[in-house]
Design a protein around this ligand. Structure first.
Ligand code: ZN
Length: 280
């Protein structure tokens, strides 16, 4: 199933995408649908009146995740471009839920705060059930679905602060979508082509088979330390080709168009909006 959160006229709701139609579902968003257990979707969809996909505004599938757990250095090719040895254990950090942004939503920042903003195309896992101390073998039972996430990063803040909270969590720095695809359509998330374009130029091109720490490993590793709840996001890391490691380094600027595409999920499109006005 391809599930989405969307706005239609003035209402926000969950829906099921079928081709160029959306079947509106009786939940306020995909997060609420996941929390309901997801077992009544087919019945609700059968009773729904379809809306043309073109008439709806897509929103982030999960509008306010309880947490966004992110993984650094999780693609072999991204490690190699930095001359680093792949880490034996996942390196976790977080992005605040206030960073969530929608498909086509503008990515914006204050130019006095950062001048080195970069893209990171990532496969994001949406948690479906409360998970605490879950084994790798059982981990797939805790997945609600998969989506694209752009782990937008202020490299200068990331470096200067020595830890990554500000650099990863500016408002608008976590675009997500366009839909959440359930595991029946993606039985193995480690076979997916992943690409990122900036202004039509292919910048990142890899496949999730390059993931060093797999989805079950990440769920087991996270849930050994803390509870994962329905709607939480684990974003699995980015492949090589980010702007900061280009020669010369290139960073995003207003007007840039960024597309993150993952096979079987779709294309997440965002534009860098005008700079935020100076604060205070
Ligand atoms: Zn990342």
């Amino acid at each position: 199933m391809r599930l989405l959160t969307f706005r239609y006229q003035h209402d926000v709701m969950a829906g099921l995408q079928e081709g160029d139609k959306v079947l509106p579902l009786p939940w306020p968003d995909v997060h609420a649908l996941i929390q309901s257990g997801m077992d009544q979707v087919a019945e609700a969809a059968a009773a729904a009146h379809p809306i043309p996909l073109d008439d709806v505004q897509l929103l982030a599938p999960i509008l306010k995740p309880g947490k966004i757990v992110a993984v650094g250095l999780n693609y072999l090719d991204h490690c190699l471009e930095q001359g680093l040895t792949p880490p034996a254990e996942p390196t976790l950090f977080t992005k605040f839920s206030t960073a969530v942004n929608h498909p086509h939503g503008p990515i914006r920042w204050d130019p006095e705060l950062t001048s080195k903003v970069d893209y990171e195309a990532e496969l994001a896992v949406v948690i479906g059930k409360r998970a605490y101390r879950v084994s790798e073998d059982d981990a797939y039972a805790y997945v609600a679905g998969y989506t694209c996430l752009n782990d937008v990063t202020a490299r200068d803040l990331q470096r200067r602060d020595k830890q990554w909270v500000r650099g990863k969590s500016l408002d608008t720095f976590a675009p997500m979508g366009p839909v959440m695809v359930t595991p029946d359509e993606i039985p193995d998330p480690h076979t997916l082509d992943i690409r990122c374009w900036v202004n039509g130029e292919l910048r990142q091109e890899s496949n999730t088979r390059q993931l060093i720490h797999t989805v079950p490993k990440l769920i087991a590793f996270c849930s050994r330390a803390f509870t994962l709840e329905p709607g939480d996001i684990i974003t699995t890391g980015t492949p090589g080709g980010v702007g900061v490691f280009r020669d010369p380094p290139t960073f995003l600027k207003p007007g840039d168009e960024i597309v993150v595409e993952i096979q079987s999920i779709g294309r997440l499109h965002n534009v860098v909006g005008p700079y935020l006005p100076q604060a205070l």
